[in-house]
Design a binder for this molecule. Structure first.
Ligand SMILES: Cc1cc2nc3c(=O)[nH]c(=O)nc-3n(C[C@H](O)[C@H](O)[C@H](O)COP(=O)(O)O)c2cc1C
Length: 198
């Protein structure tokens, strides 16, 4: 009986060591592991597009938790207020490959270590105005987190769009949220934690 108990505790110890070893090797093996860098060494910018405010709420939650600077991408010619008209116009522009000009942003990549890119889902994709902005900047050497807010479709092709636009860049993980978030949103917090921003 005692022998069995001893075996059981040995097995437990091995299991515990295994978990520890995993987390140790993760820590040791990742010189660039975000967890290694103190959060206050990270200068974070959120660049986002929003039409109805949901993605803005996500950007603001990131700022609330990290003190990030926010940059809102805007088109020179705004989309119509009405949801129905906007969806039809965006659909038409996507089909015709129309690129709406965007306003210049006072964003200097040298000022930031981490750039969070947040977009609404528009017809299954990252919204074009944010894609246009991404094409206009050099985000090499930045750690880039991506996110989408949606109306029920979930991730759809948004992450793929970011990956295609940012091929070869240092991408962190992606966050998908339905609608708006609160400033203290737990999902946002754990996403920032897993990417070393908190
Ligand atoms: C033009 C347009 C297209 C949309 N397409 C989708 C879609 O394909 N899938 C989805 O889940 N939601 C879709 N939505 C809903 C938005 O993604 C969702 O409401 C989002 O949170 C809006 O973000 P915003 O408030 O920052 O603009 C669409 C909304 C608009 C205006």
């Amino acid at each position: 009986m005692q022998k069995r108990r001893l075996l059981a505790s040995a097995a437990l110890a091995i299991t515990a060591l295994g978990c520890g070893a995993t987390s140790l090797s993760r820590t040791a093996g990742a010189a660039e592991s975000p967890k290694q860098a103190p959060a206050d060494n990270r200068r974070i910018a959120v660049v986002y597009f929003t039409k109805t405010g949901n993605t803005k709420s996500l950007a603001e939650a990131v700022r609330h938790m990290t003190g990030a600077a926010l940059f809102r991408v805007e088109t020179v010619e705004p989309y119509p207020e009405s949801y129905g008209s906007a969806t039809e116009i965006v659909k038409d522009e996507l089909q015709r490959g129309v690129i709406r000009p965007i306003r210049p942003l006072a964003f200097n990549p040298d000022d930031y270590d981490v750039v969070v890119l947040a977009t609404p889902t528009w017809w299954h994709h990252a919204a074009m105005p944010l894609q246009t902005w991404i094409r206009s900047v050099d985000l090499s050497a930045k750690k880039i987190l991506t996110a989408n807010t949606h109306g029920g479709g979930g991730l759809m092709h948004t992450r793929e769009d970011f990956e295609a636009l940012l091929a070869g860049r240092r991408l962190g993980t992606h966050l998908t949220v339905y609608g708006a978030v609160r400033p203290q949103d737990a999902k946002v917090r754990s996403w920032l934690e897993e990417n070393g921003c908190l």
